[in-house]
Design a protein around this ligand. Structure first.
Ligand code: GLY
Length: 329
């Protein structure tokens, strides 16, 4: 796709976004009709636009969906302005940046790292785990050692801005994992390539000020991400604990296998999470959102409460940001 077709920071983009928002605000979601064999990308949040742009370039070079999702989310991991992923991610309550990521391909190969420190690109370490070890998941010091032995460099991931925010947080040390448009929590990306193969990746620094050692949904295959090349893929964002306890992404894909569209599947899992947690006194702090991509290139997304957006990129409509439909105010 030519660069100029990307809808970003332009009057054109604003117009397109406006009409898409109107559609999504009705809870309708935005299905995308594409021909088989066409590349499609979907990613969480507004940082998904830049990630999609890179991933699209990679698929344009004839590379696979797997290469595309890795390259795409690496953009977010390296962006110091994104405070919930990779370099610049907010630390835990001990002031330590710890990262979680996973990746899954069209052959159901999967790799994952959790509680990883000092490495800017956990998604690439996850891919190495997938390709170079007999395992799926490495955590903590073992993951770090594996990364260093695989040629990754150790570096300080705590930016001055993140350290400043941490010191501010220490003044009250009040822990409320708010997840919204200013304070989102992950990048997940799903891709369908020209061969008709699906892959996905998910990467995060997790909830800001979390307990040291806490791991969310993002590195867990089936929770933060799931890909079934016969059916489709799904990925999550939001409060990891709620997503883990419902096997969120695997459930979305399973619902698609049973015949639901990506949109219907996302809505059903959010409904299920709402039913479980609706009586919680601190429900206002719960946000979960899902993106899904079917084998035929149809996309879907839904979240619990307003504030989740996602980026979709395909040949016919370019790269654009969409507000997800939601269950409740
Ligand atoms: N969804 C990211 C996390 O809970 O860590």
């Amino acid at each position: 796709m030519e660069r100029r077709k990307f809808i970003k920071n332009t009057a054109w983009g604003t117009l397109a976004l406006g009409s898409l928002q109107a559609c999504a605000d009705n809870g309708v979601g935005v299905p995308v009709n594409v021909k088989r064999g066409a590349n499609v990308l979907i990613s969480t949040w507004n940082h998904g636009l830049a990630a999609n742009e890179e991933a699209w370039k990679v698929m344009g070079e004839g590379k696979s969906a797997l290469d595309a999702v890795e390259a795409g989310v690496r953009i977010t991991e390296a962006d110091p302005k994104v405070s919930s992923v990779g370099y610049g991610g907010f630390p835990d309550r001990d002031g330590v940046v710890t990262l979680d990521a996973c990746i899954m391909d069209h052959k159901s190969n999967a790799g994952s790292v959790a509680f990883l420190q000092d490495i800017m690109h956990p998604v690439s370490v996850a891919r190495k785990v997938m390709e170079d070890t007999p395992h799926v998941m490495l955590v903590g010091e073992g993951a770090r050692e594996f990364a260093l032995n695989s040629g990754f460099e150790a570096q300080n991931l705590l930016t001055p801005e993140a350290e400043k925010a941490y010191k501010k947080w220490l003044e009250t040390a009040d822990y409320k994992p708010v997840i919204n448009i200013e304070n989102h929590d992950t990048i997940s990306m799903l891709a369908l390539d020209a061969e008709g193969n699906l892959s996905g990746a998910c990467t995060t620094s997790g909830a800001a000020w979390k307990m040291h050692g806490r791991v969310g949904d993002s590195p867990l295959i089936g929770a933060g991400l799931f890909v079934d090349n016969e059916v489709g893929g799904a990925a999550a964002t939001g409060l990891g604990e709620a997503i883990i306890k419902t096997a969120g992404s695997a459930m979305v894909v399973e619902l698609m296998r049973q015949g639901k569209s990506p949109q219907e599947a996302c809505e059903e899992i959010v409904e299920r999470i709402h039913n479980i947690y609706k009586d919680l006194p601190d429900l206002e702090y719960l946000q979960v959102g899902f993106i899904a991509l079917s084998k035929s290139g149809e996309t879907g997304s839904y979240c619990l409460r307003p504030g989740f957006n996602y980026a979709v990129c395909n040949e016919t409509e370019g790269n654009r940001l969409i507000d997800a439909g939601f269950k409740m105010q």
